[in-house]
Design a protein around this ligand. Structure first.
Ligand code: GH3
Ligand code: MG
Ligand code: MG
Ligand code: MG
Length: 323
């Protein structure tokens, strides 16, 4: 190995100090089995970042996937493992795909330097390491990682918002429309029944008229919560309009769906709603239409049939389940 052959100190060369004072802190995993070098890195970066030294590549891979790091610094001279293989594993593992990698390359080892870059390494440093360069490149990678994390979480939030009803947290009508199509065709493939409920709060207008829109909103929220408590993980609940909700139930036949609808009806009607801004708990009931999808039926047709059943429940005096 180069360092043994040359006896070169792979610690960090100290040059004139000049920190650029910008505040970026990260969690850095350093894969280095050469203790002098590892300690020099810790000394250089430790004031600004949380530095974790891990001499063992296999263990490092495990830590990189389970703990959250902003950067891995990989010595290309580790002896217990092929560091390029480690870089490749970091890149091909879902949890660490986005993790920046900074390699520490032995002077003259351009083969590994290039191979690393081909594997998607973010940046590299040549040994002997220069303190400022290490500091600067580390900071750049961490800053970029933080920026990407922010973009990604903004994106995820927008995606979640696009399919969510903000008042109740249930799925919205757009999501239901998109996914009902998939669910119906999946049902055809699986040959299992798919059932659907439409729920509509009875005389909801009166609640608004008597207690105000704010109380009406609170009733909608609590209604959605009661739905959630009485549905299964596989059921998909959406708010499709003012006080109208749809539940899609995969692998559920009509009899089971009717039972669940009945449970929902009672969960709403049996226990009055306690809402801030009203003197007494509110009696709330809902009507429910139940159907099981027919072969080849479109979302529109299925929803129309469920709506007809709901209409019938209203017609029969409300607070009823009709299939
Ligand atoms: P029915 O038993 O026939 O369903 O009577 P209803 O009063 O519930 O039905 P209607 O469709 O006449 O009234 C629904 C009301 O829901 C009218 C509307 O003001 C109210 N509404 C719609 N969206 C919201 C909302 O987001 N918040 C509140 N508070 N009220 C809403
Ligand atoms: Mg109505
Ligand atoms: Mg209503
Ligand atoms: Mg309605």
């Amino acid at each position: 190995r180069l360092r043994e052959e040359t006896g070169q100190d792979f610690g960090v060369i100290d040059s004139t100090a000049a920190s650029d004072g910008s505040e970026v802190r990260g969690r850095v995993l350093v894969i280095e089995d050469y203790e002098i070098s590892a300690e020099a890195i810790r000394e250089t970066l430790g004031d600004q970042h949380d530095i974790q030294i891990e001499p063992d590549c296999a263990h490092a891979l495990e830590r990189a996937t389970t703990e959250s790091f902003d950067l891995v610094i990989v010595s290309m001279a580790v002896e217990n493992y092929d560091p390029l293989r480690f870089c490749s594993q970091i890149r091909s593992t879902e949890e660490t795909r986005q993790l920046p990698i900074l390699t520490l390359v032995d002077e003259g080892d351009s083969a590994r330097l290039i191979k690393g870059l081909e594997l998607g390494v973010s940046d590299y440093l040549m040994r002997p390491l220069e303190r400022h360069e290490l500091t600067a490149r580390t900071r750049t990678q961490i800053r970029r990682k933080h920026y990407q994390d922010r973009l990604r979480s903004n994106y995820q939030r927008s995606m979640a918002m696009a399919v969510t009803d903000s008042l109740t947290g249930l799925f919205n009508r757009r999501y239901l429309n998109n996914h009902l199509e998939n669910l119906l065709s999946h049902r055809e493939d699986e040959g299992k029944p798919l059932s659907m409920l439409i729920l509509d709060i009875d005389h909801f207008k009166r609640i608004n008229d008597t207690h105000g829109h704010g109380v009406g909103d609170e009733v909608l929220k609590q209604f959605a919560q009661r739905m959630g408590l009485n549905l299964r993980g596989v059921d998909l609940a959406a708010r499709i309009g003012g006080e109208e909700f749809v539940v899609v139930m995969p692998s559920t036949d009509l009899a089971l769906a009717e039972g669940i609808a009945e449970r929902l009806r009672r969960a709403v009607g049996d226990e009055p709603f306690k809402v801030n801004g009203t003197d007494q708990p509110l009696e709330v009931t809902c009507s429910i239409g139940v159907i099981t999808a027919r072969s080849g039926e479109s979302p529109k047709e299925a929803l129309a049939r469920a709506d007809a059943a709901l209409y019938e429940a209203k017609h029969r005096g409300r607070n009823k389940v009709v299939k």
